[in-house]
Write a protein that binds this ligand. Structure first.
Ligand code: NAI
Length: 367
């Protein structure tokens, strides 16, 4: 049954890591290494059951293959999950044991932070393996990827405004931001600096209060965010925010946000397309974080990172072009572009993806 699933999803390798002495239960999924070593973060989460954890890591790692391919990166797609509550189960030993499991893959998988893990956890992983990104800058790392993801989301927003409204002036736009976490709050800051009118919401009232006091935005209820009269709806919270029910309520002409897997299913994307609501595919929009950490592999350089992240504007524009030309919805257009790159590079018959040791990283050099 599991092997059948892996055949359908196209995974190369799935590793179960079990160390009861330190409480480690983790799964590393290497989806595709055609373009290079599989790069993707490690999520720590208390799953309802082990089956949910397997499904999550398989889905997330596959998305990384598409995200990295579309972003033009020379890395493949992978992801890991640690089963546990990030609020109570984190220990040094746990992350070091995870680091050893990553190291044992010899560079086929490179990890980073994700939901439930952070830069400090990656520092512990780094004690055991070279194959980790998103470590502190003092170690040649790039730090927290969230501000870079937010900056990439801004590029995608400008490309979407240009396509739908014929201008890319954020200051002329009204935007509804759902979720004020690492990305949402940073995005609010970037958008307010450019003069946008913002409606915001979050489950956590303290975050909403902070955004109102700090950035002068308009707070709305968690459920009301779908109804506000904004040009853009920016989902920056959880997965599956877009359902047949929620899109029915949208006044926005554009959906563009950082959340992963925003569409509850593909039919929702088709429905958005039918209604003339422009959907900027999530994995193209939120690639800024992985673009940033990917540069750690051969020596991090912030200027290069910002340049790379600005290419999200062109990646999103290209998706819209293909969508219009082929009369397909943008999420299919994005998949098609990513698959075309994988197919053409796959023909090079490269040896198995392998990370090069980060020499600068080892020497603590600043590039
Ligand atoms: P986070 O966990 O810091 O923030 C999420 C925020 O959403 C929290 O403040 C939470 O209270 C709020 N929230 C949850 N459910 C909500 C709901 N129903 N309505 C309103 N607010 C709700 O996460 P982060 O890092 O800001 O990421 C946001 C999204 O972007 C996630 O989907 C994540 O997977 C995705 N993403 C993040 C990247 C990163 O660099 N951090 C990279 C790529 C994607």
């Amino acid at each position: 049954m599991l092997f059948e699933t892996l055949t359908t999803s196209g995974h190369e390798q799935v590793v179960f890591c079990n160390n009861p002495d330190v409480g480690l239960k983790a799964i590393i999924a290497v989806h595709n290494t055609v373009l290079g070593p599989a790069l993707g973060g490690v999520r720590m989460r208390q799953y309802a059951n082990e089956g949910d954890a397997v499904r999550d890591v398989l889905r997330l790692s596959r998305t990384m293959t598409y995200k990295n391919a579309l972003a033009g990166l020379n890395v493949g797609g992978g992801k890991a999950v640690i089963l546990g509550d990030p609020k109570v189960d984190k220990t040094e030993a746990l992350f070091r044991a995870f680091g050893r499991a990553v190291d044992a893959l010899g560079g086929r998988y490179i990890t980073a932070e994700d939901v439930g893990t952070d830069v400090n956890d990656m520092e512990l992983v780094y004690l055991e393996t070279e194959y980790v990104t998103g470590v502190h800058q003092v170690h040649g790392g790039s730090g927290d990827p969230a501000p870079f993801t937010a900056y990439g989301t801004l590029q995608a927003l400008m490309a979407s405004l240009q396509r739908k409204l014929g201008h890319e002036e954020i200051g002329k736009a009204s935007i509804a931001v759902q979720g004020l976490g690492h990305i949402g709050m940073e995005l609010v800051k970037l958008l307010r600096e450019r003069g946008a009118r913002l409606y915001v919401t979050d489950l956590d009232p303290a975050r909403v209060q902070h955004a109102v006091a700090e950035f002068g935005v308009e707070a709305v209820g968690v459920d009301e965010i779908y109804d506000v009269p904004a040009d853009v709806f920016a989902p920056c919270a959880m997965e599956g925010a877009l359902t047949m029910e929620t899109i029915e309520r949208l006044k926005a002409k554009i959906v563009c946000g950082s959340a992963n897997n925003q569409l509850a299913n593909h039919a929702v994307g088709d429905e958005l397309h039918k209604r003339g609501i422009l959907f900027a595919p999530d994995y193209a929009v939120n690639a800024g974080g992985v673009m940033n950490v990917s540069l750690e592999i051969d020596g991090y350089n912030r200027e290069r990172a910002m340049r790379l992240i600005r290419s999200i504007y062109h990646n999103v524009t290209r998706i819209f072009d293909v969508s219009e030309r082929e009369a397909i919805s943008p999420q299919y257009a994005a998949d098609r572009i990513a698959e075309a790159r994988l197919a053409s590079i796959g023909k090079l018959k490269l040896p198995m993806g392998r990370a090069t040791p980060r020499m600068g990283h080892l020497r603590g050099e600043q590039h």
